[in-house]
Ligand binder design. Structure first.
Ligand code: A1D88
Length: 265
């Protein structure tokens, strides 16, 4: 099995800091635009991260000091011909975003600059978004005669509501970090986005890992169904957690006024 530390890619860099992995999309000359190679590398990296029991949280960020990710690589659009090729590109991008969204560990987008088009869609696939004060976020696909095809039409509407999402998608305007915060598009704004993301990750990592994973699952599955069905999912997952050793540890730690030592069991 490939180890995380052994991975070597052209456009993606993985760093490990104990239980925290940092995935950097690293094509600064193209503002980290997602060409096919980079999408494939992100996907491969995520596959290895999911297998690595030592990794408890992931931060995704962009290389260089200007961009998180400035979208899908527009230079590759020139070779797109026809409905079928367009649909395949969209499905391929959606698949990568889905892999990130369904990772069993918390994922934080450290948005260190432009997060446009597929770049914002990448951030939307993460659980928590931290934006730099210099960040610019938007879905400008209609300026190219496209729509956000890496999950943006669906995830943005679910996150901030259809009205706000349609405003961003139809005007193609870019919003700064403070406006993004006010509309719930990002969770935090910080000067040092990586350090803030690490701080958020560390506070998450104090908690029980299986509980974190099932919180994600409950929210994700609930968004795709009715309230009644979502409440069923919640009760099922709650039941599973009550059967974990970590639940016993958490309750015992509370009652004995000590810090819990969760093992992910
Ligand atoms: C399903 C998903 C669809 C999509 O994601 S569609 C794409 C959505 N994204 C966009 O439309 C954004 C495209 N980029 C821009 O509008 C601009 O860039 C910025 C506003 C982000 C920054 O502008 P400035 O400061 O003037 O920089 P610069 O000279 O345009 O960019 C530096 C280099 O980066 C390349 N680049 C930027 N974004 C992309 C991209 N999305 N695809 C391919 N290349 C990109 C440029 O071309 C250029 O390169 P060079 O130095 O060789 O001229």
């Amino acid at each position: 099995m490939t180890q995380l530390d052994e991975l070597e890619f052209e456009n993606v860099q993985i760093d490990r800091h104990g239980p925290l992995a940092v995935l950097t999309v690293n094509r600064p000359k193209a503002l980290n635009a997602l060409n096919a190679e980079t999408l494939g590398e992100i996907s491969a990296a995520v596959d290895v991260i999911v297998e690595d029991a030592e990794v408890g949280a992931l931060i995704i960020t962009g290389g260089g000091d200007r961009a998180f990710v400035a979208g899908a690589d527009i230079t590759e659009f020139k070779t797109l011909d026809g409905v079928y090729a367009g649909r395949e590109l969209s499905l391929a991008g959606q698949d990568v975003m889905h892999r990130i969204a369904t990772l069993p560990i918390p994922v934080i987008a450290a948005i260190n600059g432009f997060a446009l088009g597929g770049g914002l869609e990448l951030a939307l696939a993460c659980d928590i978004r931290v934006a730099s004060t210099r960040a610019k976020l938007g879905l400008p696909e209609v300026t190219l005669g496209l729509l956000p095809g890496f999950g943006g039409t669906q995830r943005l509407s679910r996150l901030i509501g259809a009205g706000r999402a349609l405003d961003l998608m139809l005007t193609a305007r870019q919003v700064g970090a403070e406006e993004a915060l006010s509309m719930g598009l990002v969770n935090y704004v910080a000067d040092d986005v990586l350090s803030k993301s690490r701080e958020v990750a560390e506070s998450i990592l104090k908690n029980a890992p299986i509980a974190l994973s099932l919180v994600k699952e409950a929210v994700r599955r609930g968004l795709d169904t009715t309230l009644d069905a979502g409440l069923e999912v919640e009760a099922d997952l709650f039941g599973l957690l009550v059967a974990t050793k970590d639940f016993g540890e958490g309750v015992d730690a509370f009652l004995n006024k000590r810090r819990a030592d969760f093992q992910g069991e």
